[in-house]
Design a protein around this ligand. Structure first.
Ligand code: ADP
Length: 460
């Protein structure tokens, strides 16, 4: 096992990694920005190093500063968390060149999966179904138009380097395609510095189903079941659960086997996620592979009883997976709500601020991952995710009820969050029945926001 791990991240995921290290008796050094000097992970870590000013580009994305700090503090590995440098192939390479183990796959694998148009082609070659679309990238709107004519409208214009739902536009007509193509490309260039675009058929009202996989250095690959992440706003996940109501044991086995095949084709090592969309007829299609730990990993931990970050550390240290595929049993049902510091009533504008009062839910089957504490000043520079509330119960309905009461107990005072919205979703008849798809939030947002208003008036 490693002697000392540099945690190159912040917030709840830095704390999550720190906890896994401490459970394994591994020393930690947290790399932080100026704005995070008093953060909880910094206070709890063995040591911390300031790697730059608040702006992420100068600190959490500053590979040079992070490598220098890791070497100077005698670290032998770097855990990148999610976001920031976690899917930066060059950074992974540079860790390796400097004798530091990057806790994740190699730079080559990250590169291979990071171009989503190329990843599609690789998946097709090993018989993993992909959404009908372009063979690799399309040059311009005219070529996109030809592909769209062949596969049929509606289509989705996507950025090969895309992430976080950016650089993506729907087009229902040739005219819309022409209009939106450049818009999507500009967004991709602005966000990823890469304007390579490709085309997929737009699957109407799909579910987002992803499989967690683990792959060790000995060549063992297992899948830990699925997460249904269909509750999304602007292609960003808000609520995730495991297992999915839409999967039969047969479909789960089939999709799980495809996910393992995908990981094997990629030459995968460490924890990863294979994402699919599932249409109403039970057809599933690969959309992308994420080569890191994901925000929503706790739902898988709850139903499998495995500690995924511990597995990441073990795998990176060269140890074999601690379980075989036959030993993976999904027990009960888990749901996660992402709590963001944002105001749903004001178009979800981020609203960081000082935590004036904090009460976190607890009791059987409730888990909260957060780096908040009373008196903490949530900095305005980063992602608005400030807590994850996870519940685990024997059945889905019991998990829904448990989430309702957990969110009732949760009190974050000092800034707005989307907690009331999440609470109202737990009462929506379609959610309660499990009749969800990626269009659920868009379709029901007005109703849900009205319910939120009413709930908040009642509480005044
Ligand atoms: P990103 O990397 O930006 O998150 P993804 O390819 O993972 O992009 O897609 C994000 C979301 O967009 C998915 O979860 C799904 O809801 C939706 N989506 C992606 N591809 C399709 C498709 N072909 N048809 C319908 N919805 C899609």
């Amino acid at each position: 096992m490693f002697k000392r791990v540099m945690i190159a991240n912040r917030g709840e995921i830095a704390l999550r990694v720190l906890r896994a290290c401490r459970d394994l008796d591994v020393d930690t050094v947290v790399a932080c920005s100026d704005a995070d000097a008093d953060s909880l992970p910094v206070q709890l870590a063995g040591r911390s190093v300031c790697v730059g000013p608040a702006r992420a580009a100068d600190s959490y994305l500053n590979g040079d500063a992070i490598l220098t700090a890791a070497i100077a503090t005698g670290c032998d590995a770097v855990h990148p968390g999610y976001g920031f440098l976690s899917e930066n192939a060059d950074f992974a390479d540079r860790c390796a060149e400097n004798g530091l183990k990057f806790i994740g796959p190699s730079g080559d694998v990250i590169r291979r999966m990071g171009n989503k148009a190329a990843a599609r082609t690789l998946m097709q070659s090993v018989g993993v179904p992909v959404v009908p679309g372009s063979d690799g990238p399309v040059r311009d709107a005219a070529e996109a138009g030809e592909v769209a004519d062949a596969i049929g409208y509606p289509v989705l214009i996507k950025a090969a380097a895309g992430g976080g739902g950016r650089g993506m536009r729907r087009a229902f007509t040739p005219r819309e395609l022409e209009e939106k193509f450049e818009e999507a490309r500009s967004e991709a260039v602005a966000n990823f510095g890469d304007g390579e675009m490709y085309l997929e058929k737009l699957i109407l009202s799909p579910r987002h189903i992803e499989f967690q996989i683990l792959a060790d250095q000995q060549g063992n690959i297992i899948q830990l079941g699925e997460r249904d992440c269909s509750i999304q706003r602007k292609n960003q996940k808000l609520i995730e659960e495991s297992p999915s109501k839409a999967l039969t044991p047969e479909l789960r086995a089939e999709m799980g086997a495809a996910a393992v095949r995908a990981a094997r084709a990629a030459g995968y090592e460490n924890a990863g996620t294979v994402e699919f969309v599932l249409d109403g007829e039970g057809h599933f299609y690969f959309i992308e592979m994420n080569t890191r730990i994901q925000v929503e990993h706790p739902v898988t931990e709850l139903v499998t009883g495995m500690d995924l970050v511990r597995e990441q550390l073990r795998i990176a240290a060269g140890l074999p997976l601690s379980r075989r595929q036959e030993e993976i049993v999904l027990t009960g049902h888990a749901i996660e709500c992402r709590i963001n510091a944002e105001d749903p009533a004001r178009q979800f504008a981020p609203c960081p601020g000082r935590v004036e009062f904090l009460h976190l839910p607890g009791g059987p089957g409730v888990r909260v991952d957060t780096a908040l504490f009373a008196g903490y000043e949530l900095p305005p520079y980063y992602d608005s995710l400030c807590a994850k509330v996870d519940v685990h119960a024997p059945t889905r309905l019991e998990a829904v009820r448990k989430m309702r009461r957990a969110l009732e107990e949760l009190m974050i005072e000092g800034f707005s969050t989307n907690a009331t919205l999440a609470h109202q979703i737990m009462y929506h008849p379609d959610f309660v029945k499990g009749n969800i798809d990626t269009g659920f939030l868009e379709k029901n947002m007005d109703t849900l926001l009205k319910w939120c208003d009413a709930a908040e008036e009642e509480n005044l």
